[in-house]
Design a protein around this ligand. Structure first.
Ligand code: LFR
Length: 470
């Protein structure tokens, strides 16, 4: 057959991929045609994304895809919260900062000078994190008032790539909902927040639903990549939203998810936002999912800490380290939410050893010992997040679906099962790519909108981890 084929471009904070896939016989198949590294670039006191290099890699991936025949559509997902600004000529001004740039240090402690925390939470339903777009924009305004005053347009990063591909300016809801500038009840930019913080409403483009057809590729891009007749479709552009859309869950409400990549997102799906005093105190976030659903979740640090350790150790193969770590029996666990673990650097293993020492635990400085403490810390932290969410949302989690890179790590999956006393169902690893492709397929009518999870159940190879009673 000749099923419609789709390209998913997914940029992650540690690497990007271009995948080509199609739905046939109720199953999704895809190949990752091109993988490329991504790493924020330090310059002076700042930390930037190299958007032009990513754009070069994306075009390279598109050329490989076009060599394999016609492609119906393309969509882009990236991590949340980061953004680009345009001047009047639609050129990006300044560089694109990483949310880990230290320019936001201390900013969230000053937000309540402008708007009481309870009001800001009421307006946005978003957890207070230094990485959010709101503190980033305030830091930008403070550090570069002139540049900020010349900004005419604000775009999230998937929206920026879509604009480069097809020339259409639009912000897609799921990623907009990560900014702390968006009202998840009205499903629009929050005038209350923008006005209070002096951020011009006119900078913010129209919002579009996941699955919106944006338009054909620009002629120059079609010529450059060899893609003919391909349209650009905004998927659920926030990587986490796409990953959750593709969770291979059976019907029922007793499940939770963990999307485990550089960050770790743990939560449940709900029909509408839950914005309450208890949710605010538990620092729970309301992000948008597909079909108007809410992703009620907590964001905590994820594999980033381990990725930085591996880098410090000279990027050795991870498998032997994981095996050694699993064979140990220490219960030591770091607290991955400690601010000192939030920034990149080859000092990460030392920071971990120092933190443990300060808690009175002397760790052997070996990769296996440190890795075990990190993974057990991640498991304990997601278990705490899920317990809080269950309590605040009056939910009971019996099964936990884990997707993303962490779903490959048995030690992590088993530790989560043990810490939560719930069955952990692991896979798929590439949930974001799958969700991206399937929202495109649904958008052009290849599958019904409600068929995404059934297709994933038919497709995914899942592994189960049962809690060990000790
Ligand atoms: C995951 C993710 C999280 C977001 C964090 C920063 O990749 O998108 O959902 O909170 O990155 O953008």
């Amino acid at each position: 057959g000749s099923a419609a084929r789709h390209i998913a471009i997914d940029l992650g904070a540690s690497g990007g991929r271009v995948a080509l896939g199609a739905v046939e016989g109720g199953r999704l198949s895809f190949d990752i045609l091109h993988r490329f590294p991504n790493r924020a670039v330090p310059l002076g006191a700042s930390l930037y994304w190299n958007m032009l290099e990513l754009w070069r890699e994306i075009r390279h991936g598109l050329r490989i895809a076009s060599g394999q025949g016609p492609v119906a559509s393309i969509g882009v997902t990236t991590w949340g919260v980061d953004y680009a600004l345009f001047d009047a000529d639609a050129l990006t001004i300044g560089m694109v900062h990483s949310h880990r740039d230290r320019r936001t240090e201390g900013v969230i402690d000053t937000l309540d000078e402008t708007m009481p925390r309870a009001d800001l939470y009421q307006a946005t339903g978003v957890q207070f994190l230094p990485i959010n777009t709101l503190p980033q924009l305030l830091a930008a305004k403070r550090a570069s008032p002139d540049l900020f005053s010349r900004a005419t347009r604000f775009l999230m990063l998937p929206d920026l790539i879509h604009y480069w591909l097809c020339g259409v300016v639009a912000c897609e809801h799921t990623n907009a909902s990560t900014t702390q500038l968006y009202d998840p009840v009205r499903r629009d930019w929050s005038n209350t927040v923008l006005t209070a913080f002096g951020i011009p409403r006119a900078m913010f483009p129209n919002l579009v639903e996941p699955g919106t057809i944006l338009g054909p590729l620009l002629p120059a891009i079609a010529a450059d990549t060899g893609l003919v007749g391909t349209i650009v479709i905004a998927p659920a552009t926030h990587d986490t939203a796409s990953a959750i859309a593709a969770i291979p869950a059976e019907a029922g409400e007793d499940w939770a998810y963990i999307s485990s990549g550089t960050w770790c997102l743990a939560g449940i799906e709900r029909p509408r936002p839950l914005i309450s005093e208890a949710a605010r105190r538990a620092n729970i976030t309301n992000e948008q999912g597909i079909a108007g659903t809410t992703r009620l979740l907590k964001n905590t640090s994820g594999l980033f800490i381990l990725q930085e350790c591996l880098r410090a150790w000279g990027d050795p193969p991870i498998e032997p380290i994981l095996q050694d770590a699993a064979a140990l029996c220490s219960d030591v666990a770091i607290d991955p939410t400690e601010p000192e673990f939030a920034h990149p650097g080859v000092t990460m293993p030392d920071r971990i050893l120092r933190w443990c020492a300060a808690c009175g635990v002397v760790l052997d400085p070996t990769p296996a010992v440190i890795t075990r403490a990190v993974l057990r810390g991640l498991a304990a932290s997601v278990a705490a997040s899920l317990a809080e969410i269950d309590q605040v949302a009056d939910h009971h989690t019996n099964r936990i679906h884990i997707v993303g890179g962490g779903s490959r790590i048995d030690l992590l999956c088993q530790a989560i099962a043990d810490c939560t006393n719930a069955t952990v169902i692991a896979g798929p690893v590439e949930a974001t790519t799958a969700g991206n492709l399937l929202v495109q397929a649904a958008s052009i009518g290849v599958i019904a909108p409600g068929a995404i999870r059934p297709v994933m159940r038919a497709t995914a190879d899942l592994r189960r981890f049962i809690p060990t009673t000790r």
